[in-house]
Every structure is written in C-alpha cells, then in structure tokens.
Design a binder for this molecule. Structure first.
Ligand SMILES: [Zn+2]
Length: 74
C-alpha cells in the first residue's frame, strides 16, 4: 500500500534553520534542527501505522513551535 504522506516542516522556530525528521532506534521519532539542535519531544511507535502517526505528530509540534531549545553558552 503506497500511502506516504509528504510531511511539510516549517523552518526552525528557534533559528529558522532546516528541520528534519529523525528516527532513533527504530521505535521513536523527533524533528530536529540541523543548525541549532532544537528538537521536539520523541514520539514512540511500534508499527508502520503508528510510525506515520508519530511522524505527523512531531511535525505538528515542530510547526507549532513546540520545541526544546538547547541552552546557548552553557
Ligand atoms: Zn534551529
């Protein structure tokens, strides 16, 4: 079944850089900024259907600006 929804990501809410969807360990996903490292929370999934939902969830969080920013100059 071909059902790949194209997920559109806004620019980084923190630095206006490019966000990308990052999967980790094959069971969770987040959106992370390539430039400043700001990222959303992880969303876990356990199968392909949940995986697509998880991608959409983190993309939505990212597009709403709900990201965790790294503290600069720590
Ligand atoms: Zn950024």
């Amino acid at each position: 079944m071909e059902n790949n929804t194209i997920i559109e990501l806004e620019e980084c809410p923190s630095c206006r850089g490019v966000g990308s969807i990052v999967h980790e360990g094959g069971w969770n996903v987040q959106v992370e900024c390539c430039d400043c490292g700001a990222h959303t929370v992880y969303v876990e999934y356990s199968n392909d259907a949940e995986k697509q939902d998880a991608e959409r969830s983190v993309a939505r969080l990212w597009n709403m600006g709900k990201v965790i920013k790294l503290d600069p100059g720590e």
